[in-house]
Design a protein around this ligand. Structure first.
Ligand SMILES: O=C(O)CCC(=O)C(=O)O
Ligand SMILES: [Fe+2]
Length: 245
């Protein structure tokens, strides 16, 4: 029986050699890109959801967390599709040399617009998950585009959660953020700038790379779907204890 709620997004199948090439690119350039990963019809439906959401939020910044929050848009289907999840399990095996855990995501859809466009941009960070996939859904056609900025592979996977916390403290403070913003504005900045193209799939080591996005203009919309996989500190007791307290 066909369930009305499922749209069945059309996704390309990526061969093992394509995945190997993507893995090499992430290691050398900091990211890889699969152009036109999302089919035009599916992308249009996702864009429709974004414009509705932005209208409902009265043109202010809005975020959707989890696949239930975007159910029926096709973005929820990505999270469970074999074509999509197998990209992550194969990249994981290449990166870690181990059997991957079952692929489940910390999934979010960020819609930058309004006053929140600036306040939620240029915040340089490491993700908590090893692999990050980014799919631009809606990108402004004029004005500030909200490029993605990346200092590729600036750290290794930390053996201890405590070391990871120290990395985050060194990054998440006014002095470091100020220096990185200045660096990003330099004439030849020592970072990778990625202009976002809707429907493309971008992958990078989110845990290992300092990254952020530039703002878009307040009267435009920049929406990105993010899929985070593999928490290197999932079994840390320090992390579990900190979460409880
Ligand atoms: O929206 C973007 O371009 C990046 C967002 C990001 O890095 C994150 O949500 O972890
Ligand atoms: Fe991130």
């Amino acid at each position: 029986m066909i369930d009305d709620a499922t749209i069945n997004v059309r996704l390309p199948v990526l061969s093992d050699s394509a995945i190997q090439q993507m893995f090499d690119e992430i290691n050398t350039n900091g990211f890889c890109c699969v152009p036109n990963y999302i089919d035009a019809n599916d992308l249009q439906r996702m864009q429709g959801f974004v414009s509705g959401a932005v209208a409902r939020s009265e043109h202010e910044y809005v975020v959707f967390r989890g696949s239930e929050a975007v159910s029926g848009t096709g973005m929820d289907e990505l999270a469970t599709s074999a074509e999509f999840t197998s990209i992550f399990s194969r990249l994981y095996t290449l990166a870690v040399g181990d059997t991957p855990p079952q692929v489940t995501f910390y999934q979010i859809l960020r819609c930058l617009t309004g006053k929140g466009a600036a306040s939620n941009s240029l915040i340089f960070h490491y993700d908590s998950y090893l692999i990050t996939a980014l799919i631009p859904v809606t990108i402004p056609g004029s004005g500030k585009r909200g490029d993605f900025l990346l200092f590729p592979n600036t750290r290794k996977v930390r053996a201890f959660y405590a070391t990871n916390l120290v990395d985050k403290l060194l990054l998440d403070n006014r002095v470091t953020q100020f220096v990185l913003r200045r660096l990003a504005q330099a004439r030849n900045p020592p970072l990778v700038r990625v202009p976002m193209v809707p429907g493309n799939l971008y992958l990078f080591w989110g845990y290992r790379s300092i990254h952020t996005n530039e703002p878009c203009d307040p009267d435009s919309v920049r929406a990105t779907a993010l899929f985070h996989f593999a928490d290197p500190h999932a079994n840390s007791s320090l992390k579990a204890n900190l979460r409880q307290s």
